[in-house]
Design a protein around this ligand. Structure first.
Ligand code: AMP
Length: 633
């Protein structure tokens, strides 16, 4: 291993020269002066004074050379639709959408909340906001009213763009009950709501004066050209909320210039894609992977991107591989959970198609276990690359970088630090550096590279406090993940240092789920822990203390009460946060100072030794947890 190491070292040791070179991968309306302003650590301003625009880089700049090339392919196995837009057609459609948004009084810096299923209009809306310099905040369609309202209240959008519903496994998930309730309980609801009607909800009703029909509005703006609004490199492009240890999600704020450069560099060096080729990312636009590698990354790099609505195994487990083969996909990006879902199917489905054009399959979002890595590579006969990153970073932290050098992969390891990240494994006690195979905290010495979050939306102090104060006297970004490095320099991620859990690659805060459980009027107290799950990685499990015990006096009453509590979570947070079980106890294990012993509960639920129990206030609480876990449903 030499070429990548040299490339990496240069990114750290000759940072400004390295990033000046990478910055040539995008178009600048006005060239930047200084590469980095780091006068106010840990706040980093990249490409100071440079002016650019994400939508221009994704669309306009490709029109001359690849106007007729496919830009977006939408495939829905839910509706049977397949539709394609060339760069030119997508540019026209995004202009229309930008005109619609501008028509509602949205200007540079205004927020637009996008609550949409996996349909092309979601992509148009994101790119249209970028074109106008408006800050989009996409909220995953699986989040329910309460979660949506919390994000509305924090982002204070001028406009919301939504649809009547999404489809999953042939079932419609209606959005109006969610967004109407969210708008009702929100303290600062947007004045206008554009609704795309897919014909899924016969009861869809638009509120006069507030709600507008997408198609009607579109018809009024058919030929309107909207010029690009140039942004200074560090002006915000979007906000994306993510969970942490508190109940209040954080708005990860991303800049414009640094993000565009980081994406362009990652597309070339990490994903090893070539302009003119096709990328297929199976995530959802509601997550960071969807932002970076369904929408912006591939388009900025002049690649065709595939937007897929549907499941990986419907109509059968061959569907994704059929798409890869038919659309000549060269770069694919998916999740370990999807791989584990496929692993339960007959591998013949995956072997049926010619996948020889697929250079790599990248997986991220959660730990990729070694057997699944091996199984996946065997099943598709193509190289599988595990890589590690976070909503906060916007692009990979640890990965093989095959565009620079084809290093061998070790199943179970996301390989090495990515260029630009001065990554360290630090001891929790004194921030000193770990030795080989020593479990320590994965940290980054700031400044964070281009593309990473620049602050928490509206709360600079929270940004510093949350991410940079884990080690006393040392300003270091913590990932909140444990990791080790083996003697060959390969890294392994060993789970979170905080109470965040990861369900099917989706990060959820245990506190957020606890708040949703506690919204049930009969729940006095609750503890939620993440428990290992063979398919989804982790599943939330709840232990609740009820106020009125007569409501759980018989097994039948208990079962229906458990269901009621689960329904409350569905309504508040969304089914994505629903615990696999809600066990009822009269006491929760806590320390004498009243801190919930979540790790002890988690160990018991996973059949592990709970370790040192001397701090527990009442050992009887553990007996109750054990007894609850022993009862089979
Ligand atoms: P999110 O911001 O929702 O993408 O979640 C990021 C978190 O997912 C990380 O902090 C890790 O805990 C976990 N994660 C992401 N990718 C990987 C990976 N390749 N291996 C292990 N954990 C991962």
């Amino acid at each position: 291993m030499g070429a990548y190491q040299d490339f990496y070292r240069r990114s750290i040791d000759q940072r400004d020269a390295f990033w000046t070179e990478q910055a040539q991968l995008i178009d600048w309306h006005k060239p930047f002066g200084k590469v980095l302003d780091y006068s106010k650590p840990p706040f980093a301003k990249w490409f100071v004074g440079g002016e650019t625009n994400l939508c221009h880089n994704a669309l306009d700049r490709h029109l001359a050379a690849r106007g007729d090339q496919k830009a977006l392919i939408f495939i829905s196995t839910e509706t049977g639709q397949e539709q394609t837009w060339s760069f030119r057609e997508l540019h026209t459609e995004v202009s229309r959408c930008a005109a619609m948004i501008r028509g509602q009084g949205v200007a540079k810096g205004d927020r637009v909340l996008i609550y949409m299923p996996m349909i092309p209009e979601a992509v148009f809306a994101m790119l249209a906001c970028a074109r106008l310099g408006a800050v989009h905040s996409v909220v995953f369609g699986g989040f329910a009213a309460h979660s949506l309202a919390a994000r509305i209240d924090d982002a204070r959008p001028k406009l919301m763009i939504t649809a009547d519903g999404g489809l999953r496994g042939g079932r419609a998930i209606l959005y109006q009950p969610m967004f109407s309730e969210a708008l009702r309980i929100s303290k600062s609801p947007p004045g206008k709501v554009i609704v795309f009607n897919r014909g899924l909800d016969p009861d869809l009703k638009l509120k006069p004066g507030r709600d507008l029909d997408y198609e009607t509005l579109r018809a009024q703006h058919m030929d309107e050209a909207v010029p690009v609004t140039w942004l200074e490199a560090s002006e915000p492009s979007y906000i994306l909320y993510t969970s942490g240890t508190t109940g209040q999600p954080k708005g990860v704020q991303r800049d414009t210039g640094g993000y565009a450069v980081a994406l362009a560099a990652s597309m070339k060096h990490i994903y090893d894609g070539r302009p003119g080729e096709t990328m297929f990312t199976t995530s959802d636009i509601g997550w960071v992977v969807g932002h970076s590698y369904i929408v912006y990354g591939p388009l900025i790099h002049g690649m065709t991107t595939i937007l897929y609505e549907g499941l990986p195994i419907r109509p059968d487990a061959g569907i994704w591989w059929k798409i890869v083969s038919e659309h000549k996909v060269t770069v694919m990006f998916s999740s370990p959970t999807a791989a584990r879902v496929l692993k339960k199917q007959d591998p013949a489905y995956l072997k049926k198609y010619d996948l020889s054009g697929l250079r790599h399959l990248f997986l991220a979002g959660e730990p990729l276990d070694e057997p699944t890595h091996r199984w996946m590579s065997d099943a598709i006969g193509r190289p599988v690359i595990d890589h590690y990153w976070q909503t906060e970073t916007g692009w990979p932290i640890l990965s093989a970088v095959p565009g620079i050098e084809a290093t061998p992969v070790k199943p179970g390891s996301p390989s090495f630090p990515v260029f630009g990240y001065d990554l360290r494994l630090l001891r929790e006690s004194d921030a000193s550096e770990a030795g080989p195979n020593e479990k320590c905290v994965v940290a980054v010495i700031p400044p964070l590279p281009p593309g990473c979050m620049t602050t928490v939306w509206g709360d600079d102090e929270r940004f510093v406090r949350t991410y940079f104060t884990s080690f006393r006297d040392k300003l270091v970004y913590t990932t909140f993940d444990w990791g080790i490095r083996d003697a060959d320099g390969y890294y392994f991620i060993l789970g979170r240092t905080d109470d965040v859990i990861n369900v099917a690659g989706h990060r959820l805060g245990t506190r957020e789920i606890e708040e949703a459980v506690q919204a049930h009027p009969n729940v006095a107290e609750v503890a939620v822990v993440g428990v290992a799950d063979p398919v989804k990685g982790q599943m939330p499990l709840a232990f609740a203390v009820v106020k009125d015990a007569t409501r759980i006096a018989t097994p039948k009453l208990r079962a229906s009460h458990e269901q009621e509590v689960m329904n409350t979570v569905d309504k508040m947070l969304g089914a994505i946060g629903r615990p696999s079980r809600v066990h009822f106890v009269t006491l929760l294990p806590k320390t004498r100072s009243g801190k919930l012993l979540r790790r002890t509960i988690q160990a018991l639920a996973e059949g592990r030794d709970p370790g040192d129990l001397t701090t527990i206030e009442d050992p009887g609480a553990l007996e109750q947890i054990r007894a609850a876990l022993a009862v089979k449903r």
